[in-house]
Design a protein around this ligand. Sequence first.
Ligand code: ADP
Ligand code: ZN
Ligand code: ZN
Length: 739
Amino acid sequence: MARIARVVPEVSLDRAFDYTISETLDSRVTLGAKVRVPFGTREIVGYVVEFPGEPSGRKLKPILEVLSSGSFLPPILIELAQWMAQYYCAPLAVALMSVLPQAVRRADAAFKQRLWVEPLTATLPEEAVVALKKAKSQRAAWDFLQQNGPGWLAELTQASGFSLAAWRGLAERNLVSIDSRTQDRDPFLHTPVTESAPHEMNAEQKAALAMVNNEIASKKPRVILLHGVTGSGKTEIYLQAIDHVLALGKSALVLVPEIALTPQTVERFRARFIGQKIGVAVLHSHLSSGERHDQWQSIRSGHARIVIGARSAVFAPLTDLGIIVVDEEHEHSYKQEESPHYQARDVAVMRGHLEKVTVVLGSATPSLESYHHAKEGKYRLAEVLARVEEGRMPTTHILDIRTAAKKGAPPVLVAPRLVEAIQARLDRHEQAIIFLNRRGYASSLQCPSCGHVEMCPNCSVALTFHRRAERLRCHLCDFSSGVPHACPQCGSSPYKYSGSGTEKVEQALIEAFPSARLARMDSDNMRGKDAFAKTLNEFAEGKIDLLVGTQMIAKGLHFPRVTCVGVINADLALQIPDFRASERVFQLLMQVSGRSGRGQVQGEVFVQTRVPFHPSIQFARHHDYTGFAEQELEFRRSLHYPPYERFILITARGRNEEKTQFILEQLTKEMEKLGLPETEITGPAPAPIARIEERYRFQIFLRTRRIMAVTPRLRPLFMDRAWPDDIRITIDVDPADLL
Ligand code: ADP
Ligand code: ZN
Ligand code: ZN
């Protein structure tokens, strides 16, 4: 019997259709092949994603043509998409869309074609020399080509001053070829780099590298958790492991958080391998669709052997993979917040498993999930606990901001000791970073008489006061309004601002240090990616003394002259009703303090808090990751939280409150009927943020010990299901955010 192929159309990828395979095409229709198929009255292009035993329809039509030589999509990526569809309860098509970027599917993003001129003979034949005596400009054009080498037609005409006709004339005489070629739009093509040599490693680095290389050589490679403090030379370990992989003729995939994917990072990789002429492809969200297309093709063709990218680069179509690195593996930006809600670090681990390559998860503060796996022996643990070249960890001071308040003084925004410390830096021409995880001026506007707080009319959160714009703004839906002159509830005025944001801190610092050069970085004033790079460059060049900002400045940056880091309010994130709040605060404090003292001078960190004895703050102060992890894991175990049990969060959003709740009640009943093993279902209940953008939000919460037994059984409840038009339902497996 002829084989059947399941094909998803390129245009939408929304559904799959079955086709028969003729005998003549049989050998060429492989998993991932790009094919032309009849579709209604049209013909369309699609991808082969499955070979089902049983056809899904009756009269199947045949595949007309195979458009790719071999598989257009590497079969392993189709397997990965299939796994994602099952694990994250998503339609296969949605999973495939993550794997195959739109820029590669869409024809208009195809390679830019340009005309290329190349001589067809090394020297002019006798008869051509004679003939060209009568065509002087053709002769001169030929000589120009001899001297300058082949090039793009447009550039040659411009540089030589000879007309198009001259070049065409040479082509007609078969002396040169003019044909259309693709021109790579490499976003980093024009930044020159100088080659960098590997560092001589210290003993800890050597041991970690040996462990990685050992797994690279293994037939059943395991995942390695590389726990290394900031500045311990983890990147150096990645670079040397990649070098090893390249020497074996294989390629490497490196994931970094989007925010850390700076030209600096990419340059480090290019500089190391430029001597070997290894192509480095870069994938991130700021690429134009044309750039994305070209990068993808350059990876697929095997030209690029190293890929560095953010979350979605986990699907880079490398075929001869030798290692996957996930840097800053604890970062929350690896979680995709839209369907299929995948966690790129976990997908990387799965990809490593399918491809039988080792995956290195690196972090100064590993996620408790990964640390747990390492402790259980599922992953191997490599530790690099000293900074390179005896760089010391900064000294951390905890500043209790309650003390000022107790004496009856107004609460201080920047504690005197931090002010002093900043002043000392300014005097010594060093730099300081002041960090606050909240933008805007004041977090809310509260009436001192009746306590009324100005809320967003669309969401159940308080509006934030932005001083420069003199407006109240919602950080969830971007609603904004003018500031009322009197309290809408009791009529009294003036209002009082409570809480503080980056703008207010900036203001206070300007007042304290009028002559300092100060810059603020948060998503309000760093909308374009150029603004971000520009400010960081100025800071690196020492044109800025003081940098104030949100988490944007907390991570991955390397500034040797920063010797002081201040954290204005470490408690803010602790108040978020999420079981990961402590973990996040700990990670943040560790990351932030990693910014201090990267150079020769010992750094200092000042943490302002009202809860000085909170474990997140105390363990961070002592740079004690292991201590924190052990205690927090114990806590998670006793409460049946991840990583001991797994969560699935189902959220419904709708304008009609009762209807939204009702739909979830129905769904809860259906789930209860499934009799899921070792699973507890709670809800529906209003989400912690009960309303966003005028939509009510309800949640069902599943907690299970046996996730792999649960998601495939839940999945059918969500597939091909028509929910009421005005209600959106999402399912999030291993949610990163419970709000
Ligand atoms: P991490 O990624 O752990 O933060 P990096 O790999 O960025 O650390 O290393 C920090 C700095 O130390 C970099 O400038 C790097 O070039 C340098 N470095 C790394 N390993 C060594 C070493 N063994 N000897 C000297 N310098 C090193
Ligand atoms: Zn009031
Ligand atoms: Zn809002």
